[in-house]
Design a protein around this ligand. Structure first.
Ligand code: NAI
Length: 777
């Protein structure tokens, strides 16, 4: 282009970044890579080609790891872990700091290699992916340093298997590796098959940073290698990727005792109210859906605009689309690069072409003659149920609809099976902060979008997965309690007998559903005997229908989650008071059921109610300071409806100790009472009835844990399942929970309920919602 032409068109000239250094690094490895195991690159085995999706040229050959490779990597990680943990927080902080420094020094090389392998614009890899990865290591060097004092009661898990996707290859590696290492774990990480190169370059960097051998291991390959990592002898599996694979992993790890976090897909709403600064909202939308070609799990892919400004907003958006530049990702002046692979290009094309509704607007910039390019696309006029409104496209395709009122905006925004992120644009602070809590999403951005920081927890609800990455909250996922207490749980059998009824009026205790005592649907009950073999009464056997009724009642009581902590505390105190008034009666009941310390159990139950009354208005959340103009409020919200299989050993305390934290923190509970000793729970109905607990907030069933566990775990309207049952139910509960990817907590050790473990319950009874708001200059 001549200078005259440039002056005439005022167009950008090409500003390509050189690929020479990155290609030289590949060449220095002979263009073929083995995995990185026990501190060294192994000889390449059977390889596959990794290509530059923008040019279709081969970049390198990468090894498809074998089972033996994965086993060797896990063994190396296992051997290295005690030494790495023993290095202490400060020792690990030094190593993480060295990683951060070296990443910073080599940031251009990492950015170019990322762009070559993934197709994302160099502007993004240079200004976003790599700086955020660096920030993650710096920030986590700090957590390592502080672990011994601030997390004194936590210990590393051991070896972590980590499987990551191709959309942010280096950044996702940083999100996984930094917290794991900071907390004293070692890792076996599998990058996605399309984008292994920056992980291998990172392996090179680990050697320079003095990471002890075996602490970081990288195995490359496709989903089959991912499966091997998931099934390996590891203490934790961390996965980011599609919801479909997340489900497979949930099932594969069920009952293995492995900790699991899943960061899955989304269809995140981008809500523009009529008083928004429309130009800023358009700019935000460019970052929401065209950042990384829309291959972002939290992409603002569903535009919801208030009707009054919809036409104006659409016009502005289309005008902005007309200016988007698509082309060589290494060109510093382009906006849109290549999608990761022709396979992904075909997926996007198929999804969009199958749509017959609405109107499609395509950015006019010509596409390069070759390479996996898809033009920015905007589709209006879709019905809420249209597949494109519901399915994750994972490409540069925005779909849109309009709304009239804020209430309708919330309804449309939440009309999805996902719950990863949401964006709200309005100049009205009251409106923004009214809407944010009502959105079902793990992250909400106000007047901004796609902001991330190491200090701010990130993660989803519903089918977007569970667990958080980043911040203090993300560290829990890489630690366990420092002291394992309690013996492994052993099944507790009910007493048998054939004696006469203790009370001549033999009663059948009902169920407690929606604030009322209800006869069991099946009409069955079972006798409950004392240790001496006397008949104490009959307990109803709840079935699937009773459980469904309980879920309906619980869901009708959603308003409980919006009550204040202060109000909930009052009710818990009232429960304690009413239980206290009947302490002697309950103590006799427990003695009759188990012949063990009834009075102590009642006393401990009253204390537990006081304890959770205390917590009800003190689970505060926090404000994380991100290094730019905003704060991220990490708010703790109730999980929703929690199904609980109660401890079999303690008829009353096992019920109260789970009911209290659940409802104190705003959840509704469906509790299945101790199976062998259900009658203290049935007596508790009367305490509930006299204590102002709104109907539906607490529902109690009696019956078989084994039969009810799979029903609880597979019910789509239950948000979490906890089991303290003495039955070995982990496998069933965890596998069945894969349907709606509900959170599960299956305890395998006998808890001492008199030793408070409030933190575990606060974690389990709340979700962290990170709300980003503009703040400061
Ligand atoms: P994917 O979920 O199959 O791949 C992610 C990672 O999981 C890769 O490392 C892959 O090798 C591995 N993997 C695949 N199957 C596995 C298995 N059975 N066990 C263990 N690991 C396994 O994602 P894919 O197929 O590359 O993309 C398909 C769709 O997934 C995309 O169109 C997009 O909708 C979604 N996706 C979402 C991501 C997110 O961050 N939420 C990231 C990548 C893809």
């Amino acid at each position: 282009m001549s200078i005259k032409e440039i002056f005439q068109s005022m167009d950008y000239g090409p500003a390509p970044e050189s690929a020479a250094e990155a290609l030289a690094w590949i060449a220095a490895h002979g263009g073929r890579f083995g995995g990185f195991i026990d501190g060294a690159f192994s000889e390449p085995g059977e390889t596959f080609v990794t290509r530059n999706p923008a040019t279709e040229e081969a970049l390198a050959e990468v090894t498809r790891a074998t089972q033996a490779d994965v086993d060797r990597a896990v063994a190396a990680a296992r051997a290295a872990q005690p030494g790495w943990a023993a290095l202490g927080g400060h020792g690990r902080a030094r190593v993480l700091y060295a990683i951060a420094r070296l990443l910073q020094k080599q940031s251009r090389l990492f950015a170019v290699l990322e762009t070559l392998d993934n197709g994302k614009p160099i502007r993004e890899s240079r200004d976003i992916d790599v700086p955020l990865a660096i920030r993650h290591f710096y920030h986590h060097a700090g957590y390592a340093e502080l672990m011994e004092t601030e997390l004194a009661d936590r210990a590393p898990l051991g070896v972590c298997g980590q499987v990551i996707p191709w959309n942010f290859p280096l950044l996702m590696l940083a999100w996984k590796v930094a917290p794991a290492l900071a907390m004293g774990n070692t890792v076996v990480l599998k990058p996605a098959e399309y984008t292994s190169l920056t992980a291998l370059l990172f392996a090179d960097l680990c050697r320079q940073a003095g990471v002890p051998k075996g602490v970081v291991n990288i195995v490359t390959g496709d989903g089959a290698v991912g499966e091997m990592v998931v099934k390996a002898d590891v203490e934790k599996v961390a996965f980011t990727g599609s919801t479909a694979v997340g489900r497979i992993i949930r099932e594969a790890t069920a009952g293995t005792g492995k900790a699991l976090t899943l960061e899955l897909g989304g269809k995140s709403p981008y809500v523009v109210f009529e008083d928004a600064d429309l130009d800023s909202a358009v700019e935000g939308l460019v970052d929401a859906i065209w950042f990384n070609q829309g291959q972002v799990c939290c992409a603002g892919s569903r535009l919801l605009v208030q009707e009054g400004v919809a036409d104006a907003f659409h016009r502005k958006l289309k005008a902005r689309m007309d200016k988007l530049r698509i082309g060589d990702p290494l060109d510093k002046a382009i906006d849109i690069g290549a999608v990761v692979d022709p396979v992904q290009l075909a997926t996007i094309t198929r999804l969009v072409d199958a749509n017959t509704e609405g109107e499609r607007y395509v950015a006019p910039c010509p596409l390069p003659a070759r390479g996996a390019f898809y033009p920015p696309t905007f589709i209006t006029g879709l019905s809420p149920a249209a597949p494109l409104m519901q399915e994750e496209i994972f490409g540069p395709v925005l779909v849109s609809t309009t709304f009239r009122t804020p209430a309708e905006a919330v309804e449309l925004a939440n009309n999805t099976r996902y719950g990863l992120a949401a964006t709200v644009w309005t100049e009205n602070v009251n409106l923004a902060l009214d809407i944010a809590p009502r959105l079902m999403a793990g992250v909400v951005w106000v007047n901004g979008t796609n902001m991330f920081d190491a200090a701010a927890p990130f993660g989803g609800v519903r089918e977007s997965g569970f667990g958080r990455e980043g911040g203090w909250e993300g560290l829990t996922a890489y630690t366990r309690p420092a002291r394992e207490v309690g013996e492994p749980l052993k099944p507790v059998e009910p007493f048998a007998g054939e004696g006469a009824p203790v009370d001549p009026l033999d009663r059948t205790h009902k169920l407690y559903i929606g604030g009322k005592q209800a006869r069991p649907d099946g009409g069955y009950s079972r006798p409950v005997w004392s240790p001496e073999g006397d008949l104490l009464g009959h307990a109803s056997l709840a079935n699937r229908k009773d459980l469904r009724n309980a879920v309906e009642a619980a869901n009708a009581a959603r308003a409980w989650g919006r009550t204040t902590g202060h109000a909930r505390a009052q009710i818990l105190y009232f429960l304690a008071e009413n239980l206290s008034a009947r302490a002697a009666e309950f103590a006799r009941r427990i003695d009759g059921l188990t012949s063990r310390g009834g009075a102590e159990e009642v006393e401990a139950s009253i204390r537990t109610l006081f304890r959770w009354a205390a917590w009800a208005d003190k689970v505060d959340g926090r404000a994380a300071g991100a290094p730019f103009r905003g704060v991220a409020l990490a708010m703790r919200e109730p999980v929703g409806t929690i199904g609980v299989l109660c401890d079999d050993r303690s008829p009353l305390l096992g019920l109260v100790a789970t009911l209290a934290p659940a409802i104190a923190l705003g959840n509704r509970a469906i509790l299945v009472a101790s199976e062998p000793f259900p009658l203290a729970a049935t007596d508790f109905y009367q305490v509930l009835e006299t204590s102002d607990v709104p109907s539906g907030v607490v529902n109690i069933l009696t019956g078989s844990h084994g039969e009810l566990a799979p029903v609880l775990a597979s019910h789509l309207d239950i948000d979490a399942v906890w089991s303290f049952s003495s039955q070995p139910l982990a496998r069933t509960i965890e596998a069945k929970s894969a349907g709606n990817l509900k959170r599960t907590w299956v305890e395998t050790r006998a808890r001492d309920w008199t030793r408070p473990d409030d933190r575990s319950f606060i974690e389990a009874a709340t979700e962290v919602k990170t709300v980003w708001i503009p703040y400061g200059e």
